[in-house]
Write a protein that binds this ligand. Sequence first.
Ligand code: ARG
Length: 511
Amino acid sequence: KPWMSPNPVTGYTASMPDNKAPSAVSEEPPEAAEESLVKNGDSGGLKKSVGLVSGTAMIVGTMIGSGIFISPKGVLEGTGSVGFSLIIWTACGVLSTLGALSYAELGTSIPRSGGEHAYLMYAFGSGTRRIGTVLAFIYDWMGIFILRPIMFSVMCLSLGTYTVKPFFPTCVEPPEMPVKLVTVLAMLLLAAINIYSVKMATSLQNITTVTKLIAIMIVTIGGIYKIASGQTQYIGEGFEDTREDPSLIAIAFYNGLWAYDGWNNLNFITEELKQPEKNLPRAIMLGIPLTTVAYVLANVGFMAVMSKEEILISRIVAVRWAGHMLGVMAWVMPVFVVLSCLGSANGTIFATGRLCYASARDGHFPSILSYIQVKRRTPMPSILFTLIISILTIIPSDLSTLIDFYSFCMWLSYGATMVALLYLRYKEPNLHRPYKVPIFIPVIVLIMSVYLVVSPIIQTGRVTFFYAILFIISGLFVYFPFVYYKLKVPKTDAVYRFFQIMFQVAPPHHD
Ligand code: ARG
């Protein structure tokens, strides 16, 4: 096959002919040029097919998952009062916006896919023996093997649980077998869509984003209706019973921030974004404030209808809310929640595929993971890989511990990325920055991330911290032989060729 010609091990780097002209990233190459690329052993790379609307949906639709329908309870537990809860929800939104604005600067000045991976490499040096490579590798290692697959499984497990629950009305917890079956089916479906076509995946993202916004609108309108008809006894409690214990406030923050997580999702796919220097900041400035307003309004909706006591005993706040407000139509809420999980999981696997692709392209993982399916132009191997790891992580595990561990590691990496931004301002003051964030913003985000990383270490007796260190060390065991000393596993050429023929995948072009 012509597209197999380059050395599958070295991939595009050494052996690529100079085929910059037609593939030079920005526009999709015309058919004939594309064919010649493929003949040169190039897949033509990923297309620039994500516009402003899909880009915004990539952010909003990933952020809104199951969190807003469940976490109001966790936030209330930490704050004790309606008023303080609303403040925390707003503060989490503001913090996410500030974080994302900083990422807008990084994404536009370093327009490469892979998010933090690309920024750490660029800021701290990308040679094999440079600190940037080590940091980026540790990030990739944790992200691709642990954190992002866990996140994907968490979303799909929630989907499985909420889908199966109505069929077992008398059970408190639906039985494990059907839940896991639905979970795996959802994973397979999403992976198949993402392998089949980027367009289909982005359309799914757009549609589910609209449905979740409708769900939030229903909750908001319900709440406003209650308030307007004079029922203000719950929301009118204001700041009664507010708790001031800092450790409880941290819990509230963690719950709220989980619902906002995903604000950096578009930074993983910068290379596929049309006009990233314009559309990345726009999508961020549109998407995150929109989500913040939606979340605060949804909370008003919940708290106008339900008492604090009731919210605290609900498993899924939104479903109980629907029981009060929607009468015979109450069944729509679980459907909305399932669709919301589906969309968020879709955004997650989409971005994770690109992270895996970008890091394999930079030599951190076997180069086969950076190959592109030549007909479908999707990062098929990396999506398959993410799928397999994710299926392995649906072991019985305690979701809240996973989410805590996840948040801890994420804020560690957000903090490191803020340091990268500040360092780049100093090291490369003249770097072309289509969007420049006011410098105090990354400083605030950095301070907050230190707080969010340090406070659980103090509170939970260092367990999370210990696990994180353990994973980092395990990553170094892989880094030194395979990345630093470039050890080659024998026979990989043959294995890669086999996969190339099997799946019709080829190296991405080198821009
Ligand atoms: N915020 C989402 C939720 O409320 C979870 C997002 C998971 N994070 C991600 N980067 N995909 O369920």
